[in-house]
Design a protein. Structure first.
Length: 225
């Protein structure tokens, strides 16, 4: 592990205890939790039997994993911070939900040859040393016709993060236009849903750019773009 990745792991491990204090992290308020539940249900692709295999990369304390598990999906969460994974396991267990949580690099999830119907990532790509490689890896974990759901934003700065963060390609977030340009070579259909205007998602108004990027990955028999 590089020095930067070691620092990033340590940062998020130390942040885990207070992570859920942010309204959109802990989803403790019913209104905020319901807003995320509605969006996840709207973006969850149809599957035979209704249950999907979901990979939640950079799962944090498992709040979105819990919503997906409660909706009946089979969820695997991956996070580089052991403390985040510990809290995610405890969160789902306390709610009587089933989920699998693994400690590992979200950019290269330790799930072997498993394939998923949905790969979910929220507010993670800005922390990655090579986000383009991560996007390719996530697309490769999907079954043909699977969906990549990226909930991201551009908030600028990055002050107070780890030393060396200025070298990260998307430090401070990434615009929807730039992320869409990175994803289009991997997908048959990409569309962006603005989220800044819905205060229920964030626990209050926000002024920066926040959005969801929904990308349906091409099947093996579809032509490359």
């Amino acid at each position: 592990m590089t020095r930067l990745m070691t620092a990033i792991t340590g940062y998020w491990d130390a942040a885990a205890g207070a992570f859920d204090d942010e309204p959109d992290h802990g989803l403790r308020a019913g209104r905020t939790r319901a807003a995320w539940d509605r969006l996840l249900r709207a973006w969850t692709p149809a599957a035979p039997g209704g249950a999907l295999d979901v990979l939640d990369v950079g799962c944090g304390t498992g709040s979105l994993s819990a919503l997906l598990a409660a909706a009946g999906h089979r969820v695997t969460g991956v996070d580089v911070a052991p403390r985040m994974v510990e809290l995610a396991r405890a969160k789902l267990a306390a709610a009587g939900l089933t989920g699998r949580f693994l400690v590992g690099d979200a950019a290269s999830p330790p799930t072997g040859d498993e394939r998923f119907d949905l790969v979910l990532c929220r507010h993670l790509v800005w922390t990655l040393p090579d986000p383009h490689a991560a996007l390719r890896a996530w697309a490769g974990r999907l079954r043909p016709g699977g969906r990549l759901l990226l909930i991201e934003g551009r908030w600028g700065g990055g002050d107070g993060y780890v030393g060396g963060a200025e070298a990260l390609p998307w430090n401070g977030g990434v615009t929807a236009a730039d992320l869409a340009a990175a994803v289009r070579p991997l997908a048959g259909d990409v569309h962006v849903v603005p989220l800044s205007g819905d205060p229920d998602l964030w626990g209050g108004p926000v002024s920066d750019e926040r959005y969801a990027l929904v990308a349906d990955i091409r099947g093996d028999d579809e032509d490359s773009v």
